[in-house]
Design a protein around this ligand. Structure first.
Ligand SMILES: *Cc1c(COP(=O)(O)O)cnc(C)c1O
Length: 232
């Protein structure tokens, strides 16, 4: 068995156990394999083992991989997205998880209108107010939704967060729980064009806790494809 197959089996087992612990169904959690910096050959191996959802954090890398791989894969844009690069992901990504400013939302609207597409999006929330991270502050979320709801080519489907880096995953439980509570609160407002059906949270170090707290999408890179080398 290759290391990818072994890792994938392990992660799948952990997802199932976490679902069992909290009475959720396995099919209600989507595993997004984060393939950033990793070669197309590795992605092909993953495809042969089952997964179809992949996450990238660089628009050109997403474009290049999309263009050479089978068209039934689902690509998720999960990283910081500059406005002038929105054009690379519209028409390729099935979802943009990292909408963290109105300027970006407006650019997505413009590009999607051009192609008569509607882009499913998640609003990124910076739960811990970390200066190094993108996303809106949780207390700004409601007002932000009101503004974004006017953009008809952008469909908000939920919230996303990149939790702080911690050594004990339990330390992120409050962060995940707060994101879910925020989604519940926003959902109750019944804002036109705003849905709260997805929570994208949890990475290699903390996806089990995230599932217990309601994640519908987890983003796992290192735990499946190994450490990344950013110098290649
Ligand atoms: C890289 C990345 C991940 C995956 O991180 P791992 O710790 O390797 O699982 C998840 N989410 C985002 C936004 C990322 O940039």
């Amino acid at each position: 068995m290759s290391f990818i197959e072994e890792n994938l089996k392990h992660v799948e087992q952990k997802i199932r156990e976490a679902c069992l612990r909290c009475g959720r169904k396995r099919e209600d959690v989507t595993l997004i394999v984060v393939s950033k910096t990793k070669p197309v050959s590795m992605i092909q191996e993953v495809i042969s083992l089952g997964p179809r959802d992949f996450g990238e954090n660089k628009p050109q890398e997403l474009r290049d991989k999309y263009d050479v791989l089978p068209k039934d894969l689902r690509w998720h844009m999960i990283g910081n997205l500059q406005r002038n690069k929105v054009k690379y992901v519209v028409g390729r990504a099935v979802m943009i998880h990292s909408v963290g400013s109105f300027a970006l939302a407006a650019e997505i609207e413009k590009e999607c209108a051009k192609h008569s597409l509607v882009m499913p999006c998640l609003v990124e929330v910076n739960m811990a107010h970390e200066a190094s991270k993108g996303g809106i502050a949780p207390e700004e979320a409601r007002e932000f939704m009101e503004r974004v709801s006017t953009l008809k080519h952008l469909q908000v489907e939920g919230l996303m967060t990149v939790a702080p880096y911690v050594s004990d995953p339990e330390d992120n439980r409050d962060c995940f729980r707060s994101l879910r509570n925020l989604a519940v609160d926003i959902g109750k407002e019944n804002i036109d064009n705003i849905r709260m059906r997805h929570l994208s949270m949890g990475m290699t170090g903390d996806y089990e806790v995230a599932i217990e707290e309601g994640a519908t999408m987890i983003r796992v890179g290192t735990g499946i494809l190994g450490e990344r080398d950013y110098n290649i």
